[in-house]
Design a protein around this ligand. Sequence first.
Ligand SMILES: *Cc1c(COP(=O)(O)O)cnc(C)c1O
Length: 466
Amino acid sequence: MTTMNTRTTQQWQAADAAHFLHPFTDFQALAKKGSRIITRADNIYLTDSDGHRILDAMSGLWCVNVGYGQQALIDAATRQMTQLPFYNAFFQTATPPAIELAELLAEVSPPGFSRVFYSGSGSEGNDTIVRMVRRYWDVLGQPQRSVILSRHNAYHGSTMAGASLGGMSGMHAQGGLPIPGIQHIEQPYWFEHGGSMSREEFGRVAAGWLEQKILAVGPDKVAAFIGEPVQGAGGVIVPPETYWPEIQRICDQYGVLLVSDEVICGFGRTGHWFGCQRFGARPDLITFAKGVTSGYIPLGGVMVGDRVAQVLIEQGGEFEHGYTYSGHPVACAVAIANIRLIQQLGLVQQVHDDTGPYLAALYQKLADHPLVVETQTCGLMAALQLGRRDGRGTGTRGQRFDEALSVGMVCRGHCFANGLIMRAVGDRMIIAPPLVITRAQIDEMAVLIRRCLDLTLEDCHRNRWL
Ligand SMILES: *Cc1c(COP(=O)(O)O)cnc(C)c1O
């Protein structure tokens, strides 16, 4: 048992500051301020150590797709822990949950994916991607084909390989990244880079940057291109409809492997099982994690398409790679229960037919708010770009606030204080609520969002930022 209810918030904060180094955190700043301590959750609501109820519009960290407190997942973990808490898959052994999940993943994945390689997280999944695509070209007698192309402002995790594939400049500035053999092109972010082009026109131009890069590096040296269908951590950047079909054409033309990082977009987030299906891409490899277990327990991996699997199986010999927890039986048992629950509740269809379009309509209304200069949604992920309409902004579209004002952080502060978790990426406010969210709860969320935008607008006027 933890001592959950035996300490005050202040006592938790003091112990936290003394011993716990949080991820992606300025340690000293947080120690001064004190963490918010989350103690319980149910459905789409969190409870903190002071008893406040908070609507979790970020699904934890993009992962709690079926919401909190689902008994089927809890039971699956308990059963499997009792029966067999762990066994590995290294030495010609397997466990029933790992096998059954592999079967189920093949069933819900796009056509041409019948095999899976397990990892413990999305970052590890992308480490596997780097090893696997290079191994693929090695086996085919083209070891020089080792360069992997990615995009600026992409997020592919935080291990050496994951952070290198990612395009976060802050991350690259620490620890000698990116590792060799990884290069980046610009992202398909119309608001930032679209200039006077239409979205459709810009989508084709942005995809063309991949072709230019392939030609610059040399087509015989490029192993793969990796992208998130919708950039998540980068700010819910939904690409123009023309983007992915053109990326697919280019990868086909040059024989470059296409990797879809579906750690966020997978398992229903976009209203399809996988984001590549929403955008019309046919990847060779798919990275997954987060939503595969709805975050109840860590699990990740790579769905390996037939093109790659055949070469590795028939010609590859031993693949010298794996993790202790590849195919962890408890994690796999929870994933099975999670996917079955998504199927039983019809969540993918619900997002596609009902809650996704409902959220889109509400966001269209939020676009009228004086602080909002762009809105975008895709399934149950959405972004509000805060900006100015008085022509005094910075940036290519002339609508941005000065970065130093941190308007997004001001807005996020109001959200926190008003019982809503909404994330700020610069001045882009993003959400990705649990897929079980109902229309009534979306209404409740929209009221909170509007209230926080109003409070932020008042701050802007008071401080003469507008
Ligand atoms: C979160 C994320 C990852 C990394 O997953 P971890 O489980 O945190 O290692 C990789 N890719 C994308 C697109 C993500 O959103």
